[in-house]
Design a binder for this molecule. Sequence first.
Ligand SMILES: Cc1ncc(COP(=O)(O)O)c(C=O)c1O
Length: 494
Amino acid sequence: MQIQLDRGSRTALHLQIAHQIKEQILRGAIPDGGRLPPTRKLAETLGVNRSTIVQAYESLWSEGLVESHVGRGTMVRHASGRQSGSIAPPPWAMLLAPKVEALEIELRELSRLFDREDVISFAAGLPGPDLYPVDEISRITCDLLEREGRSLLQWCTMQGHMPLRRILAEKYGTTPGEVLILSGSTQGLFILARAMIEPGDFVITEAPTYLGALQAFRSQGARIVGIPVDENGMDVDMLENVLSRTQPKFIYTLPTFQNPSGATMTLERRRRLLDLAYRYRIPLIEDDPYDPLRYEGDTLPSLKELDTHGYVVHLSSCTKILFPGLRIGWMVAPKRLIEQLTPSKHLLDIFTNSVAQAVIAEYLGRGLLEQHIERVRPEYRRRRDTMARALKRHCPDLSFSVPDGGYYIWCRLPRGLAAKDLLRESIRERVSFLNGDVFFPDDLGHEMMRLSFTSQTPEKIKEGIKKLGSCLKKMKRGRSETIRDIDTMATPIV
Ligand SMILES: Cc1ncc(COP(=O)(O)O)c(C=O)c1O
């Protein structure tokens, strides 16, 4: 069996191993029933930990490519034909292989860990489930069914439920013709990517940025240029430099409580960003799901509000300010663009869930969203402060700033430590977070980590951060031992 590892690659070693074995199985180079080398032996041959091979074999097993039996080891599963008279399942792994990206496999594996109930998760950017307005949603759904009957369960137009578009149009000071309802705002990113990007086109994002956007743009073959973000948002000087040398299709930005950095773009930078967009004639995609969740300082106008020339496509959603389950998001953009994008929406899912749209329209129409936000804001602020205090106490080596709003504390590990290694350690202690590199369009951010503070209660936050602190201490001890070892080995060669 031939396996070559690229230790400089952003793909984890266990995934590289799993991919290469998978490829050999699918080519028939390892036959049905063929035995894979024992994990210890392969680990020795490749010079990796045995747990890396175990993870690789688990990944092959989860794709139905191998079977493990105590005493007999791991064998390639019969992918074709019958086994002892029964019909084998379809060879899904073979059918899906070319489309599944390494990063997606990695995320799928990580999310399996995050979803476990016994894990304190700071990973997912979710609202606090304990704060969901269950009774209000239940009452509204019953009222609507009573009032509307069958028509509530009927189909809806591609562009979305008119009462909801009217309410949103009023909020944005525009017309319903400029509003497209989406099954979550990430769908808008895929629609825009599909409509605007040809393979090889440049697009500009912040670095770091929302992972869903990177995935949407990559899915169309975009070349992504990342512009660094500091505590005042995107570095617009650097952006200007890049714009003078490339012709991107658009600039994607999260000006308020950025995911993952928590940064908010200053008013001055917002104005400069718009000026640059006008000067170079590049549209701006403003992704803005966190804005009402401000715990400090004054609200800033969105790019959409500042835009006087129709350059901004604005996306937002119920996911962060309310809850994610109904999957309602929206795009506000010039009417002509909305008309051109609506057929893509139809192609993806015909129309957004009409019951969900009606429920949200009613919820907004009754003024309940404002009340909900007033309720969650102080609680999220408390969770943010609890996390910041616990980090200072238990993880004094992490550097971070406290965001004025939103969901995330973005931390830098001490020099030489990688967030992925800390994650491996912390998962053992049943605490999870997201390693920073997944938010970068290029191979950066390995020393960064994103902690989401909204979905856990203050008690769980304290418990989780304390455990994280122990993991960090353990890692640092491990590192200093390694450094000492290297020091003694590295006697000068004279
Ligand atoms: C910037 C940004 N946009 C969109 C989303 C997801 O929104 P939706 O659930 O509406 O697709 C997230 C969630 O992580 C986000 O951070």
